[in-house]
Design a protein around this ligand. Structure first.
Ligand code: SAM
Length: 215
């Protein structure tokens, strides 16, 4: 079986389980080659539904978690998205296609070598509307906001206040909140405040930085 067949099989499995429920997200996950975002010596594991080490103690999230988070973001063309925790760049590549045409993705990674590798993987899969920044993303990117969607892909002790401030009216902040075992929280900015939903338990590496886990 080649990588494209393995990818199609994984996406079909996520659809059968109900993890993927929108045609658009499934179509995009079927089109983005996850093998471009995992270390070369692990490409044979690219279509396991599991996190895979990417170096520096970090991981590319499991495909089912990418599917859950992407569905929860309710993405559409033209949106401005901020991702905190670029890691391999795979989630950013998925976001990139879902905001086309006209949308843009800014993604922030605190580990320089990962940011560099993600930049080249994103280039090689043609994600021209993504910019990778090497910085502490727990502070967001105030100069570039507000954003229609902000997604954090590391466990934060609470919803980081600067990220809440950078969500546009009607927008969404999605973040795992807690310690390594955490809850996926979706906060929607409404006309009168915030509506928070707990989308279930999950496990993530810690968010570091000024508004991350205490050292
Ligand atoms: N979204 C990624 C992907 O598609 O591969 C997976 C992200 S990995 C689970 C979490 C990432 O968040 C790690 O690469 C880690 O270095 C990064 N991270 C942790 N704290 C951060 C911070 N304050 N700012 C930016 N990145 C951070």
């Amino acid at each position: 079986m080649d990588q494209a067949e393995r990818r199609a099989q994984l996406i079909a499995h996520l659809e059968e389980r109900g993890t993927l429920h929108s045609q658009r997200v499934a179509q995009v996950m079927r089109a983005v080659p996850r093998e471009l975002f995992v270390p070369r010596y692990l490409t044979h594991r690219a279509y396991e539904d599991a996190p895979i080490p990417i170096g520096h103690g970090q991981t590319i999230s499991a495909p089912h978690m990418v599917a859950i988070m992407t569905e929860a973001l309710e993405l559409g063309p033209g949106q401005r998205v901020l991702e905190v925790g670029t890691g391999s760049g795979y989630q950013a590549a998925i976001l990139s296609r879902l905001v086309e045409p006209g949308g843009r993705v800014a993604t922030v990674e605190r580990i320089g070598q990962l940011a560099e590798r993600a930049r080249s993987a994103l280039l090689s899969c043609g994600a021209a509307n993504v910019t990778v920044f090497h910085d502490d993303g727990s502070r967001g990117r105030p100069a570039a906001g507000p954003f229609d969607r902000i997604v954090v892909t590391a466990a934060a002790p609470r919803l980081p206040p600067p990220l809440l401030e950078q969500v546009a009216p009607g927008g969404i902040l999605l973040a795992p909140v807690g310690a390594r075992a955490c809850d996926l929280i979706r906060a929607r900015r409404t006309a009168t405040g915030w509506k928070e939903e707990n989308l279930g338990a999950c496990a993530f590496v810690p968010l570091k930085g000024e508004f991350g886990q205490p050292a």
